[in-house]
Ligand binder design. Structure first.
Ligand SMILES: *Cc1c(COP(=O)(O)O)cnc(C)c1O
Ligand code: SF4
Length: 361
């Protein structure tokens, strides 16, 4: 594995990225000292991913990775930890929100910090008052998590998330996952990583071989636009699949980036041709400073309805939202809205409680 190369300042950006005033403001104010408004997700991008971004500020790759001052536009209802993950954290780095599966925060680092990231209370160093330690997981922490899982027979799946677990070395990642494998031969391991999209060079045949030893294991990635399916990225996905590791994809619905049924239909069909199952399409979470990316739920429903006509059952992901306030994930359609009042959609959680999601103004 080659060490990661990251661009972390405006000065190091390639010449075709001429910053707009809004982008420049983010870099200037971040460089000039601590911000009053936290969390401030850091900037980092791989040379590969920034080279994909065109010279237009509207480019779908550029908007996902180059920050703007719009990130300090914090809207009412936005919360540092919109899914209340810290309330569901019985151990450091462990989130146990659903009875049968747990999520491990392996590291707070990522190859590229996605400007729409909902876990910015933790990712990239996180916010003040975050209850989870930064940096990467220790063997002792993972052993404790494995013991927790072993004591609860109902836990069938362990998700490795973060941050991006592929920021760990092969050795550390595989050792961590081996500890999880010891919880039982039929525990399904899920590696949640954006590296096939943002740093495809990370997916080597050696890594895929090592991961294949840990099966049953799935990879879940996050392609948001057909432009991200480059030759390098396709080859990364093929390396995993040909080693016997299935790949699924979660797309985040992002305003001005992929909120177009034709773009999404092309993405989901292209993923299917590669052997990647489109798994979820997510409505944006109420993370601070991300309103610029959120699509109105009314428009989102129209996009999904159109997609149902454009796509096969296999290429169509489930449209879902993580209900703000800790309601958990629910599948969404117009039918799942119980009522609309005061600019909010009222939706029942899987546990039967009513939560609400705001319409964008
Ligand atoms: C999304 C999520 C999962 C996985 O849910 P699936 O519907 O199985 O993909 C598990 N734990 C947490 C905390 C999650 O947010
Ligand atoms: S890779 Fe995932 S955790 Fe990292 S910034 Fe992107 S969305 Fe957030």
């Amino acid at each position: 594995m080659e060490p990661i190369e990251q661009i972390r300042s405006a000065q190091k950006l390639p010449p075709q990225i001429r910053l707009t005033p809004g982008e420049a403001e983010w870099f200037d104010r971040t460089a000039s000292g601590p911000l009053v408004r936290v969390p401030n997700l850091p900037f980092a991008v791989t040379p590969y991913y920034i080279d994909l971004a065109g010279d237009s500020p509207a480019d779908p790759v550029r908007r996902q990775c180059v920050p703007t001052a719009g990130e300090w536009d914090i809207r009412p209802g936005e919360e540092a930890d919109p899914l209340y993950e810290q309330r569901y954290s019985p151990l450091p780095r462990l989130i146990h929100r659903y009875a049968n599966r747990v999520l491990v925060l392996t590291t707070d680092q990522c190859p590229v910090y996605c400007r729409h990231c909902f876990r910015r209370y933790f990712t990239g160093g996180g916010a003040r008052g975050n209850s989870n330690p930064g940096g990467s997981i220790t063997a002792a922490e993972m052993k404790e998590i494995a013991a927790y899982v072993r004591n609860r027979r109902e836990i069938r799946e362990i998700l490795f998330s973060g941050g991006d677990p592929l920021m760990l070395s092969d050795r550390k990642l595989l050792r961590t996952m081996e500890l999880a494998r010891k919880t039982g031969d039929d525990t399904v391991l899920r590696l949640c990583t954006r590296a096939p999209v943002t740093w495809p060079q990370r997916i080597t045949p050696e890594l895929a071989e090592g991961l294949a030893q840990l099966r049953p294991l799935w990879t879940v990635t996050q392609y948001n636009h057909p432009k991200e399916l480059t030759a390098e990225s396709r080859s990364a996905a093929e390396t995993l699949i040909s080693a016997g590791i299935p790949v699924a994809n979660q797309t985040v619905l992002l305003r001005g980036i992929n909120d177009d049924p034709d773009v999404l239909a092309r993405l989901f069909h292209d993923l299917l041709t590669l052997g990647i199952k489109p798994y979820y399409l997510f409505q944006g979470d109420l993370a601070p400073g991300t309103s610029q990316f959120r699509v109105s739920l009314d428009k989102a429903f129209a996009i999904v309805e159109r997609l149902q006509n454009l796509l096969s059952g296999l290429s169509m992901p489930q449209f879902a939202v993580d209900l703000p306030g800790g309601g958990g994930k629910v599948r969404l359609s117009r039918e799942s809205v119980e009522f609309f009042s005061d600019g909010r959609y009222h939706i029942r959680s899987m546990e039967g409680e009513l939560f609400s999601y705001p319409e964008e103004d």
